[in-house]
Design a binder for this molecule. Structure first.
Ligand code: F6R
Length: 369
């Protein structure tokens, strides 16, 4: 069943190009427009949506955070993102013009399911993004967009996460298409690039050997920090979550802009800090700011592990370890930037002698509150 891999997690990481391709399959027409008829929410309803609220837990919540950047940029519809466990008990403001999106690999996570029920009771339309056919969330939702990651056995989510991102991009672009917002060269190009992502993910997987060496060399580290900005911020949170659950290490993800508001006090000699660097093209301000963040932490002794686009030379002088990822549009970068972090956590955990498929205290599907 593991197809020659030692762990399901390794197999599932390796399956990501296919999972991404399968999730795109049949959803981009030959004319470059999106085909999401399966969602079956009438275009008129989507045109009237005045707010999107995305609800999820854990890794799926990180996908939701990334979706917010994409939805607001491509559709100009305000988007809120909330942890399911917080949403339910907060008296959220929802109505018929709110599109609620739940994201869940299993479709059975109790907190997300309860949030979905609550949203429907308030009259909101609910679209479930889910990986498990016929599970409770898609059965109860008004509409479903399945991710086609295939069964995910390892407790830590990897390929499901990448396909959730793809589903979120598709929904965001589809909303833009239906509403006619920002439709033009930028979007046409993004759709083309999205179709090319399976190959880009493959490229990343082909260059992971140095990341494994690095992970093994950090076996005795007690703490690792992760920094990012914009869509790199949720990626940093995801990198930290993977390390916590698999390697049982203290790991924290931060928005790089928050460093000076507290976390920079944690930086000490030899502390490994992983930094996800946004593309130097597009929003170059963000890129320049993060380069100064890298300089700041390095000057205070951090061991910098920098994830940056191919061809980005500005980071070279400040990187103790440099991990290259392919050039992608700014919003799609999480699809490639997350992969090294999965490999890093998996290898570090294995080096520590932990069982990566079944981390202690965790269950694949959390069906209790
Ligand atoms: C992390 C992980 C969990 C799940 C979370 C939500 O690797 O697997 O954080 O992402 O429990 O699960 P689903 O997506 O099934 O609702």
């Amino acid at each position: 069943e593991k197809d020659g891999y030692d762990y399901f997690m390794l197999k599932e990481i390796a399956e990501q190009p296919k999972a991404v391709a399968d999730t795109l399959l049949g959803r981009i027409g030959t004319d470059g427009r999106l085909r999401l008829d399966e969602v079956r929410i009438p275009d008129q309803v989507l045109r009237e949506v005045d707010k999107v609220v995305i609800i999820a837990c854990g890794t799926s919540f990180h996908a939701a955070m990334i979706a917010k950047y994409a939805i607001e940029h491509w559709t100009r519809v305000p988007c809120e993102v909330e942890l399911a466990s917080e949403f339910r008990y907060r008296d959220p403001i929802l109505d018929r013009q709110t599109l609620v999106i739940t994201i869940s690999q299993s479709g059975e996570t109790m907190d997300t399911l309860m949030a979905q029920r609550h949203a429907r009771e308030q009259g909101a339309k609910v679209l479930a993004i889910c990986n498990t056919n016929g599970s409770t969330m898609p059965r109860e939702a008004d509409a479903v967009l399945y991710t086609h990651a295939g069964p995910e056995v390892a407790v830590a989510s990897t390929k499901a996460f990448l396909t959730q991102l793809v589903a979120c991009y598709l929904v965001a672009l589809y909303l833009g298409q239906v509403r006619g917002t920002k439709w033009g060269d930028e979007i046409t190009e993004v759709i083309e690039q999205l179709a090319a992502m399976p190959k880009q993910v493959e490229k990343v997987l082909d260059t992971m050997e140095p990341v494994r060496d690095l992970a093994r060399s950090l076996r005795d580290a007690t703490s690792v920090l992760f920094l990012g900005r914009h869509v790199g911020f949720p990626v940093a949170l995801e990198g930290a979550l993977k390390l916590k659950e698999l390697a049982y290490m203290h790991a924290e993800g931060f928005a790089a802009g928050e460093l000076k508001h507290g976390p920079i006090a944690l930086i000490e000699d030899g502390l490994p800090v992983v930094v996800v660097v946004p593309s130097p093209r597009g929003r170059s301000v963000l890129h320049d700011k993060i380069v100064s963040n890298i300089q700041e932490i390095r000057a205070r002794g951090a061991k910098t592990i920098v994830i940056a686009e191919e061809g980005d030379e500005t980071v070279v002088p400040y990187a103790d370890h440099l991990i290259r990822i392919p050039v992608t549009p700014v919003l799609l970068q999480p699809l490639v930037a997350t992969v090294p972090l999965q490999v890093f956590a998996c290898e570090l955990a294995t080096a520590k002698g932990h069982e990566v498929d079944q981390p202690r205290n965790l269950a694949k599907s959390v069906t209790v509150e």
